[in-house]
Design a protein around this ligand. Structure first.
Ligand SMILES: *Cc1c(COP(=O)(O)O)cnc(C)c1O
Length: 427
């Protein structure tokens, strides 16, 4: 379609880049069809959960003050519980981010003298301070809660023997991170997580299994809560917020554990009864409704990037053939210039702040400079098209999101154009 190219040309995309993009997309028809099939299933799951709970316009009303009898909030929590097949759910704007949701769940369940176990290696960076692996005021460690981790085997399988010997009479909670985060391991499928939970429960049936589900929601037709997770936790400025939620987190799971989380989030004795919605309900409901198709768009973008960059000899993780269990795509570029060019391409494609030119800078908490591209409607939202790369070997870029597939496509074409313009690749 010549006319379509004309509009891409106005963004500075060359005919060669455009044609390579079209050729790559043509080869992905079958993969895209499978992504759409999962989105279709999950869309029905969400609609059904909303219908069963008789969602109506009164649920979109704002409440203030204590927020007693907030039917919009309570119904939304039933919708989440229905969708995740759990007894209960806590879905709140008062949960400020994913780390907060995970910290609430951990400190709700664990008591002094208990031990926390991660059987999948080191958890996400921000949890190191929550746990006390890196010292921080208020860490679990300060409250006398110890931590143990078991690394994956070199072939990335679970170290079942290691896990068996790490579980002891003090082990109270097992935390399993689905997405690889900034690590080099693969992202676990829901069925792999199920296998791990069954193993842990076979050794100690009363241990609480919590899954950090960040970036994983709606990538498959089942969630960790379908394979035995007692608590499934995530952020609303990632997948389940559908790009519309401006803040928030969720915790789905067994009623008694979700209740403990609510007591920790508000106060003992208050729990889920308080927490005004402040008018945020339309974004939460509509974002959740859109989430399955938004996740599909992000997945298409991730797959497109892997397929576009692999032929140039850059390593894509996951690669273009693997099955996908989260929306993150890493590409190893091998040079700082390429990481910078890539991120500038993503930024230049954004609907917001497109004129900003990202630069690497020494971000607090990182041991090297980091460059970030984000032209988002919601600050820091990573279900929107975004990328970041630490300026250190192997010079990998991590990117994710895309509220629409066409935006993701533009971002990736712009990134390749910037790499061409910088003379890093030639077509
Ligand atoms: C993003 C993320 C978190 C933390 O979420 P924030 O909203 O950034 O606090 C935790 N775990 C994983 C795997 C994540 O991707």
């Amino acid at each position: 379609m010549k006319d379509t190219y004309e509009i891409y040309r106005s963004f500075g995309i060359s005919e060669q880049v455009w044609e390579l993009g079209e050729k790559t997309i043509a080869s992905l028809a079958e993969r895209f069809r499978k992504i759409d099939e999962i989105a279709e299933f999950n869309q029905m799951k969400v609609i059904s959960a909303m219908q069963k709970n008789r969602v109506n316009t009164t649920h979109f009303a704002a409440t203030t003050g204590y927020g007693y009898n907030d039917s919009g909030r309570d119904t939304l929590e039933r919708v989440y519980a229905e969708c995740f097949h759990t007894e209960s759910a806590l879905v709140r704007p008062q949960i400020t981010c994913g780390t907060h949701a995970l910290a609430v769940a951990l400190s709700a369940i664990l008591r002094p003298g208990d031990e926390l176990l991660s059987p999948v290696g080191r958890p996400y960076d921000t949890l190191e301070e929550v746990i006390g692996i890196r010292e921080s005021p208020g860490s679990l460690k300060e409250f006398g809660i110890t931590y143990r981790e078991v690394n994956l085997l070199p072939d990335e399988h679970f170290d079942f023997e290691g896990i068996r010997s790490a579980i002891n009479e003090r082990t109270k909670l097992v935390t399993i991170q689905r997405s690889k985060g900034y690590q080099t391991r693969h992202t676990f499928s829901v069925s792999e997580i199920g296998e791990l939970i069954s193993f842990v429960k076979s050794i100690k049936p009363d241990v609480v299994c919590m899954v950090d589900n960040c970036y994983g929601e709606f990538v498959e037709t089942i969630e960790p809560s379908d394979v035995g997770a007692d608590l499934t936790v995530g952020s609303l400025i990632k997948n389940p917020g559908g790009g519309l939620a401006p803040i928030g987190g969720y915790i789905c799971g067994k009623e008694k554990y979700v209740e403990m989380c609510a007591y920790r989030l508000s106060a003992p004795g208050l729990g889920q009864e308080v927490g005004a919605n402040l008018g945020i309900m339309p974004a939460f409901y509509q974002g959740f409704f859109l989430s399955p198709t938004v996740v599909a768009s992000a997945l298409k973008g991730a797959l497109f990037a892997a397929c576009l960059y692999e032929p140039f000899g850059f390593k894509a993780v996951p690669d273009s053939k693997e099955s996908r269990h989260d929306i993150i795509q890493a590409i190893e570029f091998g040079s700082p210039e390429a990481v910078i060019a890539f991120c500038r391409g993503i930024q230049a494609a954004a609907p917001v702040d497109s004129y900003v030119i990202p630069e690497p800078w020494p971000m607090p908490g990182y041991d090297s400079d980091v460059i970030m591209a984000a032209g988002a409607f919601v600050q820091g939202s990573s279900i929107e098209l975004s990328a970041d790369g630490p300026i250190r070997p192997p010079y990998a870029v991590y990117f994710q999101g895309g509220l629409t597939w066409y935006h993701a496509k533009l971002g990736i074409l712009m990134s390749l154009q910037k790499l061409c313009d910088a003379g890093i690749v030639s077509l």
